[in-house]
Design a protein around this ligand. Structure first.
Ligand SMILES: Cc1cc2nc3c(=O)[nH]c(=O)nc-3n(C[C@H](O)[C@H](O)[C@H](O)COP(=O)(O)OP(=O)(O)OC[C@H]3O[C@@H](n4cnc5c(N)ncnc54)[C@H](O)[C@@H]3O)c2cc1C
Length: 477
């Protein structure tokens, strides 16, 4: 079993340059995922600098399922106006991506196909019937289907104009395209900034400063709490995705209305079936091995297939499941809260932000406004989820699934985590996340320390793999 994303199979990246001195730019984009690179693409004629804390192409985008679809779960947004605007935004994003691919001859296994949205129970069916009303209002043709390929489906609808890609290849091609047009730096970690004299001064890698008039934070989860107070508005969901070789690619993708299952096919050149199960509140299960075993079991019993690739991904769920993207204040922008649909939403957010910078009107600005008033009950619910994760992480120390290879203990008031590797070497780290002080849980699948509250991830020696945490959990020797 390969513990990595199928999209990164055989993908080679050139080593990029790193920030080694103070610099000045007009527009600084932090984050080289689909959002940051698309923003840079739309602004490529300006003086733009893009930095990423690691190698470009290893963020959430490359760990998604790579679907470009407007037929999503949770399309019901509470008002007709929002629903219609949202679905049009997704369609526009798909068109933008397709045009970028065609205009630049990008090889990213783009394949148009059909999408199914299916119900496994009456409650989901009622929701799909309401979604049909949105499709009718927006003049989108669909078919009602009973499809045997969709396990346990009692009702489904199908549209024909959706697509799938290899998302890692897409963003790495964007990076290659932009390399001669803008300045791109890798291994350049932004951890703080201050604003004075109408400029942002962004601290990078402890030693260097980037001065910029305009700042775009496209780090998936904003790297400072002050940027939109995102930890208090959102919660995180996490899923595992598996891929298995098959005899023949089928040209469709599907998602269950409850968001519990998502499937697609892929050819490169072998054919694969890709299966994503159980979009979970991050606190629901700490035992990653158990989750993967249950998905492997589902794959075996439903499709008689064995797991070849396995990977996980997290996304930030906004209170109304509409992204929080656009101007936070004068000349500072964020884009987050994609609620598991960040390939289309990252692209349209990039368009909203770049249009604002270029003084072009964009009809989605208000819908995505990151400062909008959100539904209070949903915010309360998100805080409840985060609070629950925080409390669980504080109460529990040593889980049975650690099976003796991991020990969590307290010494002189500090909590430590010790992982003993296959060679018997002990790796000791602080067990508290520097972001908002949740305690970390060891992930026995990826061999990482994961934050159950906001999904920061650290390697066994305490280096940050994924934020929002800005500091490592290394123990000073
Ligand atoms: C299971 C699952 C499946 C999904 N499948 C789909 C799908 O099929 N279709 C779809 O539309 N969406 C999907 N999504 C959602 C999608 O993966 C994300 O919403 C989207 O990729 C986010 O893009 P991004 O550019 O914001 O973030 P990323 O791709 O994570 O890019 C952010 C970049 O910022 C960098 N960074 C972070 N912090 C710093 C810092 N402090 N300094 C410098 N750089 C920094 C990171 O290294 C990273 O490269 C899925 C989500 C999940 C959980």
């Amino acid at each position: 079993m390969i513990n990595n994303s199928l999209w990164l199979k055989g993908v080679k990246t050139k080593a990029g340059k790193k920030i080694t001195k103070d610099i000045e730019t007009d527009i600084l984009i932090i984050g080289g995922g689909i959002t940051g690179l698309s923003t840079a693409y739309f602004l490529k004629d300006k003086k733009v600098t893009l930095i990423d804390k690691g190698k470009i192409g290893l963020g959430s985008t490359s760990f998604s399922t790579g679907k470009l679809t407007y037929l999503q779960d949770s399309l019901l947004k509470g008002s007709k106006q929002k629903e219609d605007l949202y679905i049009n935004a997704q369609k526009e994003a798909m068109e933008l991506i397709k045009n970028i691919i065609i205009e630049n001859g990008i090889q990213c296994n783009y394949e148009s196909n059909s999408s199914y949205l299916y119900a496994t129970n009456e409650k989901e069916k009622r929701k799909i019937l309401k979604i049909e009303e949105i499709l009718k209002r927006c003049g989108i043709a669909y078919k009602v289907k009973d499809n045997d390929n969709l396990y346990n489906s009692i009702y489904s609808i199908k549209v024909d104009d959706t697509a799938v890609i290899n998302p890692a290849k897409y963003i790495l091609a964007l990076k290659d395209l932009l390399e001669n047009k803008i300045d791109i730096y890798e291994n350049s970690f932004a951890h703080d900034f201050e604003y004075k004299d109408e400029h942002f001064f962004v601290k990078v890698n402890e030693d260097f400063t980037i001065k910029t008039k305009t700042l775009v934070v496209a780090t998936h989860y904003p790297f400072l709490i002050s940027l939109g107070l995102i930890p208090f508005k959102t919660h995180i969901e996490k899923s595992y995705i598996v891929a298995t070789p098959i005899d023949k690619n089928k040209k469709f993708n599907a998602i269950s209305e409850g968001g519990d299952y998502s499937i697609r096919y892929y050819s490169d050149p072998e054919d694969y079936f890709v299966f994503c199960s159980c979009s979970n509140k991050i606190s629901k299960s700490m035992d990653n091995e158990k989750i993967v075993k249950s998905i492997a079991w589902e794959l075996k019993s439903r499709y008689n297939k064995k797991v070849k690739y396995v990977w996980s991904n997290c996304d930030i769920m906004s209170p109304d499941l509409i992204p929080l993207a656009g101007a936070l204040d004068k000349n500072i922008y964020i884009a987050t809260g994609y609620s598991t649909w960040g390939l289309t939403n990252g692209t349209i957010s990039a368009k909203i932000i770049s249009d604002k910078i270029l003084n072009i009107d964009n009809k989605y600005t208000e819908l995505y406004n990151p400062n909008r008033m959100s539904n209070f009950v949903n915010i309360l619910n998100n805080n409840f989820q985060n609070g629950k994760s925080f409390i669980i992480s504080k109460i529990l120390k040593n889980y049975s699934f650690y099976k003796g290879i991991v020990e969590v203990y307290t010494e002189n008031g500090k909590r430590y985590g010790k992982y003993t590797d296959e060679e018997g070497r002990a790796h000791i780290v602080y067990n508290t996340c520097p972001h908002m002080k949740c305690n970390l849980i060891f992930n026995t699948i990826s061999k990482t320390w994961d934050c159950p509250c906001h999904a920061s991830r650290f390697d066994i020696d305490g280096n940050i793999i994924r934020g929002p945490a800005n500091y490592s959990i290394k123990v000073d020797k």
